[in-house]
Ligand binder design. Structure first.
Ligand SMILES: Cc1cc2nc3c(=O)[nH]c(=O)nc-3n(C[C@H](O)[C@H](O)[C@H](O)COP(=O)(O)O)c2cc1C
Length: 263
């Protein structure tokens, strides 16, 4: 068999046969649930986000959003507002409720996106180039508090992001880039080896909500899976093992979403 075909196994589901039978999950073993999200360091600069409401949408008709949706790689020079950013963060990871976990120990969050077993294993990082009122740099979203924490600046960020996205310059140039980092232990704690497929499926829902949210704001995005794992993780200072990027998406203003519908 060609070596890379072995990856197909990861696409399959073994919930009935339990490929990892004989090994208890850490949850079953009574190990502490990992935190729902990363806490900011003391003295972090935290920026509260405005409440999201449907009022600011330029297109409220979801049918039209589906029709308009496409991958957009050309953005105007305009900056993105904090309200628009807030809406997209809410649409992609926004918290609705904290609930006791469905089974056994722990707690879970219910959000604007589904997640296998409500594990919600992602942190959302933002590379901000041009958002009104925000210094350029790297931020992390707190779904629990609906705010963002400023992490650090990166010199030549546009160039480095483009390099990390294997030369896709629309990634580096966009006013804001969403980068979703997976923390696999949040899924593994309950589902052991069955969690990995589910966590990647979860990422698809998140990005699809970004596509639709962007269309409803006359913004555009494109899902990006072609990137250099090491370069992106290094840029975001992630350890690449307990936390690493699985998906990213630049977002920018679309000059005339309807006019360019068939670009
Ligand atoms: C998982 C996934 C990964 C993708 N990766 C990239 C990418 O790295 N670069 C890119 O330009 N487009 C990427 N795309 C966008 C696709 O090329 C695009 O969805 C496809 O051509 C269909 O076009 P549409 O989205 O406009 O319907 C990706 C899409 C998905 C769903």
């Amino acid at each position: 068999m060609r070596e890379w075909k072995k990856n197909r196994e990861m696409m399959k589901s073994h919930f009935d046969s339990d490929a990892f039978a004989g090994e208890e999950s850490d949850q079953t073993l009574g190990m502490k649930q990992p935190p729902l999200e990363i806490e900011p360091l003391p003295d972090s600069r935290i920026i509260d986000l405005p409440e999201s409401s449907a009022a600011e949408l330029t297109e409220q008709n979801i049918y039209k959003c589906f029709l308009k949706r496409k991958s957009r790689r050309k953005y105007s020079e305009e900056s993105i507002s904090l309200k628009e950013l807030s809406y997209m963060l809410w649409a992609t990871q926004g918290l609705k409720r904290i609930v006791p976990a469905y089974s056994m120990t722990g707690k879970a969050t219910l959000r604007t996106v589904p997640s296998a077993g409500a594990r919600h294993t992602f942190e959302t990082y933002l590379a901000v180039n041009d958002v009104t009122g925000l210094e350029s740099g790297i931020y992390r979203y707190s779904a629990l508090n609906h705010n963002i924490v400023f992490l650090f600046k990166i010199a030549d960020m546009k160039k480095k992001l483009t390099e990390a996205a294997v030369g896709q310059s629309y990634v580096g140039r966009a006013p804001v880039i969403f980068l979703w980092a997976c923390k696999p232990y949040l899924g593994e704690w309950r589902y052991k080896g069955e969690s990995h497929k589910a966590m990647l499926l979860d990422a698809g829902h998140v990005c699809q909500n970004l596509y639709l949210a962007a269309e409803s704001l006359n913004l555009g995005t494109v899902a990006i899976a072609a990137y250099s794992q090491n370069k992106v993780d290094e840029l975001l200072r992630l350890d690449g093992n307990d936390e690493f990027i699985v998906y990213l998406a630049p977002v920018g203003k679309v000059e005339n979403a309807y006019r360019h519908q068939h670009d």
